[in-house]
Design a protein around this ligand. Structure first.
Ligand code: NDP
Length: 247
């Protein structure tokens, strides 16, 4: 499996799952654009780890929920690199709360970042991919988008929205040599899940047949496959990486 010569953009690539994806794509030979929104130090750490391993990477700041920032950032990326071959829509946030207590802002923030961000970034790369008749778009959804979760109606709606979006765009772009797929992680150890109480973590483990939370590298492996030529006939699909939690 080689991604040598490919240009990859990973949104939310600075930490957690995104960082592992950046490192894996770079290890396979891609030049990786590590996106972040607010934490330049984490993004630089990711870039440095890739460079120290002999790979190519650079950090680019933009908010995936803001169309003006995306337009400007992708213009710069295209001016510098000429094209984008692989887009991984990974950036995501949680603003949990029970429905009866959920504020409009909690809903809007999560939908704007987790779903609108996927739409805006996909739109930004699709013209170039259509012209070059090759592209890989990989969207990170969640087990919650398939199974639902009390206290996460906003997050589940956004992640389920990614499923419909992925299938629709896969149909639109298939004839141009572009595949659009998703990876649905279960519970993975990152900043997003680190603060869960021991009690909640143990309850979650009880629902996972494998009995442990996953690692970011488990998601990176699935993304690398979907980005590779081995997956050239796979589109509109989802790989569930969840230790058997949801089948
Ligand atoms: P983390 O909280 O560890 O990292 C989130 C990343 O997204 C950071 O790089 C952050 O950048 C970036 N980000 C957040 N908001 C924006 C924004 N508006 N624009 C650009 N970048 C942004 O999350 P995880 O690694 O845990 O999650 C990654 C993806 O995987 C998410 O989509 C999440 O929903 C999904 N997922 C995670 C699971 C888990 O168990 N961890 C389970 C299922 C799905 P910065 O560093 O600048 O803040």
């Amino acid at each position: 499996m080689s991604l040598s010569g490919k240009i990859a953009v990973v949104t939310g690539g600075s930490r957690g799952i995104g960082r592992a994806i950046c490192q894996r794509l770079a290890a396979l030979g891609a030049t990786v654009i590590v996106n972040y929104v607010s934490n330049p130090a984490a993004a630089e750490e990711t870039v440095t780890s890739i460079q120290n391993a002999g790979g190519n990477a650079e950090a680019v700041q933009f908010n995936v929920a803001t169309s003006e920032e995306i337009e400007a950032a992708f213009k710069k990326i295209l001016d510098a690199h000429g094209r984008v071959d692989i887009l991984v829509n990974n950036a995501g946030i949680t603003r949990d709360g029970l429905l009866m207590k959920m504020k409009d802002e909690q809903w809007d923030e999560v939908l704007n970042t987790n779903l609108k961000g996927v739409f805006l970034c996909t739109k930004a790369v699709s013209r170039g991919m259509m012209k070059q008749r090759w592209g890989r778009i990989i969207n990170i959804t969640s087990v919650i988008g398939f199974a639902g979760n009390a206290g996460q109606a906003n997050y589940a709606a956004a992640k389920a929205g990614i499923v419909g979006f992925t299938k629709s765009v896969a149909k639109e772009l298939a004839s141009r040599g572009i595949t659009v797929n998703g990876v649905a992680p279960g519970y993975i150890v990152t900043d997003m899940t680190r603060d869960l109480s021991e009690e909640v973590t143990n309850t979650i483990k009880g629902e996972i047949p494998m009995g442990v939370l996953g690692e970011a590298e488990d998601i990176a492996g699935a993304v690398a496959y979907l980005a590779s030529d081995d997956a050239r006939y796979v589109t509109g699909q989802f790989i569930h990486v969840n230790g058997g939690m949801f089948m």
